[in-house]
Design a protein around this ligand. Structure first.
Ligand code: HEM
Ligand code: NAG
Ligand code: NAG
Ligand code: NAG
Ligand code: NAG
Ligand code: NAG
Length: 374
């Protein structure tokens, strides 16, 4: 009798030491996943990941990449997932380089998720993602669809939040994108002008920016958007391409955007796609757009596009530094004050962001410094 009692007492002590509960939420320690060993060409999806359309309670949002992962069960099909799940799903299905994947997921988790319970909604608010403990993040975690973080204006297939549906695919916007494809696309197996290329993406972004500036009185191309929106355009060429041919064809891109499913016989990239490669493509796309509209800017009360007030030195050095500053400006300052598991999680996530976008450009260690709700 004595031995089992002692053992169960010790067992309970161990469990109790691991559980940290705040505001009724149980902490989950985030870990940086090990890099998978198979990083080559591979057909996606495999048999274990069939397409299943989302149900009414499943979260989907502005990212066709994440929606597709959820529709195939590479992350939870309910659209609420952990840091590790999204990082590993992105590596497995898209061969995104793991540190770059970690940076994007970490940034989204710190701005729009709950890093105490390690949950992020790829769509809107969800009962599965409670508000941050202690009220440090306002009354709700917004999810990826919440405007003002990575989600912002001048998207390729989503409307601006101030004037329309910023989360769901919009046929009319994609039809306009296809007009640019018809004009600038390369010739391929599916016919003349059927391959998305840099010139096509530049034309799409030029129109996204010009049109939204004209029709959206609250148009704001934030420093985050000035970098992220061109990187998202680079995803179309660098990640959605069939890894066997490196071609982003009309039917392939249509499958991701319209149906949020992998095209038949699709292969992920043959080698990990790094932030450096995607950033290079993003710069090439940006170079084809009118330089006066690619800067951080917004509409004034008269509807004229005016540049944003630059961030304080040294973050005004270049767009990359402005991006870095703007990211931490959208993370609740209370996260920088965290203790216990939350502190460990915030440190891991903030380090993943700093590793990708801090660096020598501004060489400053930032911690979250934004308002609780932004
Ligand atoms: C893994 C490869 C990924 C691909 C191929 C991808 C692809 C894209 C594309 C093409 C867009 C632009 C949609 C448009 O302009 O209409 C986009 C937007 C977005 N992505 Fe992803 N993405 C990836 C990873 C991620 C990750 C890991 C996250 C966060 C966890 C994320 C969050 C977002 C958000 C919040 C937007 C909305 C931005 C906006 O247009 O306002 N993405 N993504
Ligand atoms: C596709 O791109 C990768 C990486 O740049 C390269 O190694 C490969 O040779 C390319 N494949 C084709 C068919 O062009
Ligand atoms: C999307 O799915 C529908 C229904 O399965 C199919 O008819 C259509 O060809 C698909 N479109 C693309 C671009 O994959
Ligand atoms: C990808 O390329 C391979 C080799 O050319 C081809 O067999 C396959 O059908 C292509 N898949 C798509 C979605 O284009
Ligand atoms: C950080 O903690 C200090 C000390 O507890 C407190 O005074 C301050 O208001 C906190 N800041 C935020 C942003 O929560
Ligand atoms: C960053 O600044 C520190 C001191 O402020 C300096 O020692 C270090 O070399 C700098 N690193 C880079 C990459 O510029």
């Amino acid at each position: 009798m004595r031995v089992p009692t002692l053992l169960s007492f010790l067992f309970l002590r161990v469990v109790a030491a691991k559980l940290e509960v705040r505001d009724g939420q149980t902490a989950t320690l985030i870990t940086f996943p090990a890099t998978p060993t198979d990083l080559g060409l591979k057909q996606i999806p495999d048999d274990a990941h069939p397409f299943i359309a989302p149900g009414p309670d499943d979260q989907r949002g502005p990212c066709p990449g994440m929606n597709t992962l959820a529709n195939h069960g590479y992350i939870s099909r309910n659209g609420v997932a952990t840091f590790e799940e999204i990082v590993l799903g992105s590596v497995e299905a898209y061969n995104l380089e793991i540190n770059f994947a970690a940076f994007i997921v970490a940034g989204n988790m710190l701005m729009r998720g709950n890093p105490f319970v390690n949950k992020l909604s790829i769509g809107g608010e969800s009962p599965l993602v409670p508000p941050l403990p202690g009220g440090i993040g306002g009354s709700a975690t917004g999810g990826m669809s919440k405007h003002g973080g990575f989600e912002g204006d001048a998207s390729m297939t989503r409307a601006d939040a101030a004037i329309g549906d910023n989360a769901d695919f919009q046929d009319i916007l994609y039809d306009l994108d296809l007009l640019s494809l018809g004009q600038f696309g390369g010739d391929g197996p599916e016919g003349p002008n059927t391959l998305f290329n840099v010139q096509t993406m530049s034309a799409i972004k030029q129109r996204n920016l010009q049109m939204d500036q004209m029709i959206n009185p609250e148009f704001h191309f934030t420093p985050i958007r000035a970098v992220a929106s061109f990187t998202e355009a680079a995803f179309v060429l660098g990640i959605f391409a069939n890894g066997t041919t490196n071609q982003s064809s009309l039917s392939t891109i249509g499958s991701f955007f319209r149906n949020q499913t992998f095209p038949p016989n699709w292969h992920r990239a043959a080698a990990p796609v790094s932030g450096l490669v995607l950033g290079g493509t993003a710069l090439a796309i940006q170079a084809g757009v009118d330089p006066s509209i690619v800067v951080a800017s917004h509409n004034d009360a008269q509807g004229n596009l005016v540049p944003d007030t630059p961030p304080p030195a040294p973050f005004d050095a270049n767009l990359g530094c402005g991006f870095y500053f703007d990211l931490f400006a959208h993370m609740p300052a209370g996260l920088a004050n965290a203790t216990g598991v939350l502190k460990q999680n915030v440190d891991l996530l903030a380090n993943a962001v700093r590793a990708s976008v801090g660096g020598s450009a501004c060489n400053q260690t930032l911690a979250p410094f934004g308002p609780p709700d932004n």
